[in-house]
Write a protein of this length. Structure first.
Length: 482
């Protein structure tokens, strides 16, 4: 999927703004360590922050992050990474900081600037880079959230594009770097058998669940400004929808994939408050930095429509939440039942119709469920899964993959300006106008109203942590498997 663009030259350095912060500690340093371990990190890594730290303190911060991520096996890689680290201390509002950075970069070609900083500072840093002449022939890597609504996303894009061309901007949505999610694109278009059924004629509905069995984990302040819809649905889940719903790319190259994904967001119907259920786990109000009367959702379920030729009339149900029953992510593509009910145990009366299930986490798998006759003179059977497990040892972790790609100038797994804005256009109407949150008990599947939302098309498929090959639907008694 490589596409030659004029920035395909490898970055001569990685500059991490916010290097002393949490994201760098938890994600970036462990990813850099993995890259060093694979031998693909050979250029200097310059940390920039206004913490008043020394280089040794930054090294300690990096070492600690890597150890806490459980990466203690490759000491040589750790030493290599630490020897590549540099540190520039300074306030982002002070032009002197950028002059110091310029000096530290010297003749470095194509530096990649990673903004691991609050979005409110993006503009200041991008302006500083531009004014110091540091933006030319360089790359910009930004983290989600890309704005908090359509207007702020446009503003953010405007600021980034004032100093960097679109093909030099790498917007990270780490879901796009996950193997199981990359496999959606591959599985759909590397196999021809799917295409004839992959549309409104054969598909009854699509569900995507991203559930986590833990709360906001001390990120109350962030959650109060975001909520579940902004945190994981408008980005991670929407990206999954786009990969499932897109038309085949017209040619080999990531530009073609970006075009088709953007069209899916453009065809999504803007959400209406009736298409949404918001929940809040009991106990959220006691989290640090959370308002005592907060109406922020920690659970969100949506009914979404894509008004395109392929998907007209097919509902897409998305659901995500904290403090739910389990930590897992799955897609269930439910197929229509046979047109005639020839057997007493046919769907939908006897349970879920045939489906395709993509297990995204904690393990990766694809399953196709079909009914098979049970031995005996009765024409009754069970829904059984053809199950493909795709666990592969040694797969790159998302941040490792995405950082390596951005440094190499490969934009395949990043999101494009038009797609980001089109996705915000879909959620914009319900960011302010929405139903109130409904409380739910931790360890459940969220408020009961979410079940009502999907009722017209059956029930939610709850991903389980049980051993692979045990489809969830065989345990609810609807369609038993032996
Ligand atoms: C992040 C969200 O983007 O994604 C978190 O901010 C969420 O709230 C996380 O927990 C989920 O990512 P993953 O890779 O653990 O499924």
């Amino acid at each position: 999927m490589d596409e030659i663009n004029d920035r395909s030259t490898h970055a001569g350095a990685l500059v991490v703004f916010g290097a002393t912060g949490d994201l760098a500690h938890k994600m970036i340093f462990p990813a850099l360590h993995a890259m060093a371990s694979r031998g693909v990190l050979t250029v200097p890594v310059l940390g920039v922050a206004a913490s008043g730290w020394s280089l040794d303190q930054l090294r300690e911060h990096a070492r600690d992050g890597i150890e806490q991520a459980g990466k203690t096996d490759d000491r040589a890689a750790l030493d290599r990474l630490l020897s590549l680290l540099r540190y520039v201390d300074g306030d982002y509002h002070d032009p002197e900081t950028f002059l110091k950075l310029k000096q530290a970069l010297g003749e470095t070609r194509h530096p990649a600037y990673y903004l691991a900083i609050p979005p409110a500072l993006f503009g200041t840093v991008i302006k500083g880079l531009g004014e110091t002449g540091l933006a030319g022939q360089a790359r910009l890597i930004v983290e989600k959230p890309f704005g908090r609504d359509l207007a702020s996303a446009r503003e953010l894009n405007r600021i980034a594009l004032s100093a960097f061309p679109e093909n030099a901007i790498f917007r990270i949505d780490h879901y796009l770097g996950k193997e199981a999610i990359m496999n959606i694109l591959y599985f759909r278009f590397a196999n021809a058998f799917l295409e004839p059924i992959w549309n409104r004629n054969s598909i009854a509905s699509v569900q995507i669940t991203l559930s986590e069995d833990f709360g906001v984990k001390g990120r109350g302040a962030f959650y109060e400004s975001a909520g579940c819809l902004r945190d994981v649905i408008q980005n991670h889940l929407f990206q999954i929808v786009a990969l499932l719903a897109m038309e085949p790319p017209a040619y080999q190259g990531y530009g073609a994939v970006h075009n088709e994904k953007a069209k899916v967001f453009q065809a999504m119907r803007p959400l209406h408050p009736n298409d949404m259920v918001r929940g809040q786990y009991r106990g959220y109000l006691d989290e640090p930095c959370v308002a005592h009367d907060s109406d922020i959702e920690t659970f969100c379920a949506l009914r979404l429509f894509i008004d395109s030729w392929r998907w007209a009339g097919v509902p897409w149900y998305l659901r995500a939440g904290k403090c739910l029953s389990t930590t897992a992510a799955e897609i269930l593509v439910e197929l229509k039942p046979p047109p005639q009910r020839l057997f007493d145990d046919s769907a939908p009366e006897a349970g879920r119709a045939n489906y395709l299930r993509f297990r995204l986490s904690p393990n990766s798998a694809v399953a196709l469920a079909a009914r098979v006759k049970r031995a005996g003179k009765e024409f009754v059977g069970d829904q059984r899964e053809l199950y493909l497990s795709e666990e592969q040892a040694g797969a790159e972790m998302p941040y490792e993959r995405l950082l390596s790609d951005a440094m190499a100038g490969n934009g395949a797994l990043f999101t494009r300006e038009d797609a980001v804005e089109a996705a915000w256009r879909v959620v914009d109407p319900v960011l302010e106008m929405h139903p109130k949150v409904q409380p739910y008990e931790p360890g459940t599947w969220g408020p009961a109203a979410a079940d009502e939302l999907i009722r017209a098309h059956g029930s939610w498929h709850n991903p389980s942590l049980e051993a692979p090959n045990t489809p969830a639907d065989t345990r609810n008694g609807k369609a038993s498997s032996h």
